[in-house]
Design a protein. Structure first.
Length: 546
């Protein structure tokens, strides 16, 4: 039997250009094609109009003294301004720092401080997120942060006005000074150390990943891609926005944050051909009362990714949402993000039961986590990958970078996988104790350390338990300090406003001790088994995924 090692095709050749250069080529090829549609803002632009706005923003940033290599934070749900900042920073060589719009003060402060952001672009508020108030609370402790632009105020017009002093030649000179290998994006991923790590990505890595993802979906300039996934994730900004701009397809942002009704309406009204989402989004769309009455005849393909994809959900999406060519992608932020993906030409069986073969120009192998030896096809082991798609490293953290990428250039995912005889990969578990809740990667250590800041908490252990809607949910086992009195509602109140809502444990169990091994290590597997039994989640735990 062959070893679990695969090398992707060598075609098509990789793009050796910057994001700005690629966008300009698309504009020249598709000047009047529709580029960006944002129904909730009334935005509808051709590629020529879109590029003109991007240039205005880029000039405004130059006028604000943003240099190549400077970090610019973007903290917002899905609005047109997010996309403009994405491409404008790329054109001038600034490094966009993606900040999760659900972040609260402690997380915001860490991301801005660790990345050294000079400028932050955000809104004053959105729903329960009082962005302006949170910025005011942390700004005094951020000496590097010189400027904040609230794009739902006159700040945005001021930015564009300032750019009028910058000439086309100035902008061209900046663009010409950039290289494809330059860092262009920092995305924070939760870390087992308790602090997020800033995966640093280049023009080359994300542009080519976007192009190959679009190839797998058979994109052309006629496609219209509905992007309800967050832009701060690679799923939204790389697989969504960048894939569209590479092919000249249309970006459709149906809602600021996920709303299944708004998504379905956009699919019909905008005659979308492709839809993205994590499994929980597709479940919500399949369960929406308007689904059966909508005209989804324009639909063809899409991508389900972000967490393990239930096979039954994939089959229903194909049948009930008119997406016969839907694909599954697998990867992580550190790999720009996609490493493997099924394609529109794969069999239905491959597309619903695997995460596909390795992308072109990418290598993958599955190893024994202990020995490091490559395992045989069909045997489980740790998924590793290398190639153009790897991050440049974690921002200002060479130690963590060396832990993730070995001396031979292999990125160790921490995921357990198998590879079949045809090279198709299946994700079967995780070595690390990372929890994936509705597409959000969560690490128990980070949440445990936060819970331990409560004076009544002596110890806390966080695990993932199966959930029908989100794939996994957080559960905290909490040991109280002597004489302390605490209940679940007070823990939730303590978390509210200080950590993102998806990091607040749904289930809390107060205990006097934790199950331990003879060497004193906490047995989280046993904790999970007990919790599944006590919460009555055994049936949910049996749902089969690709």
């Amino acid at each position: 039997m062959a070893e679990s090692f695969a090398v992707g095709r060598s075609e098509p050749p990789l793009l050796e250009e910057t994001i700005g250069q690629n966008l300009e080529a698309t504009v020249a090829r598709r000047p009047d094609g529709e580029a960006l549609v944002v129904p909730h803002q009334g935005v509808r632009q051709t590629w020529t109009q879109f590029n003109a706005t991007v240039d205005e923003v880029a000039k405004g940033l130059i006028a604000r003294s943003i240099e190549a290599g400077d970090r610019v934070g973007m903290w917002s749900p899905n609005y047109a301004e997010w996309v403009y900042i994405q491409y404008a920073t790329a054109k001038i060589g600034a490094i966009q720092v993606n900040i999760n719009p659900a972040y609260r003060t402690s997380e915001l402060q860490y991301a801005l401080e660790q990345s050294g952001c000079r400028l932050l672009v955000t809104r004053t508020a959105y729903l329960t997120s009082a962005y302006e108030d949170m910025v005011a609370e942390v700004s005094d402790s951020l000496p590097a942060l010189e400027d904040v632009i609230y794009f739902d105020t006159g700040d945005w017009d001021d930015l564009l006005s300032a750019g009028a002093a910058i000439t086309d030649a100035d902008l061209r000179a900046r663009a010409d000074s950039l290289s494809p290998g330059d860092p262009i994006n920092i995305q924070y991923t939760s870390g087992t150390t308790g602090f997020p790590k800033g995966a640093t990505l280049s023009h080359r890595s994300i542009l080519n990943d976007a192009r190959l993802v679009g190839d797998a979906c058979s994109y052309t300039e006629l496609d219209r891609v509905c992007i309800p996934v967050p832009l701060y994730h690679c799923f939204g900004m790389v697989m969504g926005d960048l894939a569209c701009s590479v092919f000249g397809a249309t970006m459709v942002l149906p809602c600021p944050t996920f709303d299944p009704g708004a998504v379905l309406s956009a699919l019909q009204d905008e005659r979308c051909t492709s839809l993205y989402g994590v499994p929980t989004m597709f479940v919500a769309e399949l369960g929406h009362p308007d689904l059966a009455s909508l005209d989804l005849s324009s639909m063809r393909t899409g991508i389900m990714a972000g967490s393990p994809c239930p096979i039954e959900v994939m089959r229903r999406v194909i049948d009930e949402m008119n997406m016969p060519e839907v694909t599954i992608a697998y990867g992580q932020t550190e790999t720009s993000p996609v490493s493997t993906q099924t394609s529109t030409t794969d069999s239905v069986e491959h597309r619903v039961t695997t995460v596909g073969p390795v992308l072109p120009h990418v290598e993958s192998k599955i190893i024994d986590p202990d020995s490091g030896e490559t395992v045989q096809r069909g045997e489980p082991g740790e998924y590793c990958t290398r190639g153009f798609h790897l991050m440049l490293g974690y921002w200002n953290d060479p130690e963590k970078t060396a832990e993730a990428i070995d001396d031979d250039g292999w990125m160790h995912s921490g995921d357990l996988a198998t590879m079949d005889e045809d090279g198709y990969v299946n994700i079967v578990g995780r070595i690390k104790d990372m929890i994936i809740r509705g597409g959000e990667n969560l690490y128990p250590r980070e949440i445990e350390e936060f819970l331990l800041t409560h004076p009544a908490v002596a110890d806390a252990q966080v695990i993932g338990v199966p959930d029908q809607r989100y794939g996994e949910e957080l559960m905290a086992w909490i040991q109280l300090a002597p004489g302390a009195d605490l209940d679940q509602s007070r823990i939730e109140e303590f978390c509210r406003g200080r950590i993102a809502h998806f990091k607040v444990p749904r289930y809390i169990k107060f205990v006097t001790e934790f199950p331990m091994t003879v060497t004193g290590k906490i047995r989280k597997i046993e904790m999970r088994e007990k919790s599944i039994a006590e919460l009555g989640l055994a049936e949910v735990d049996q749902v089969e995924t690709a």
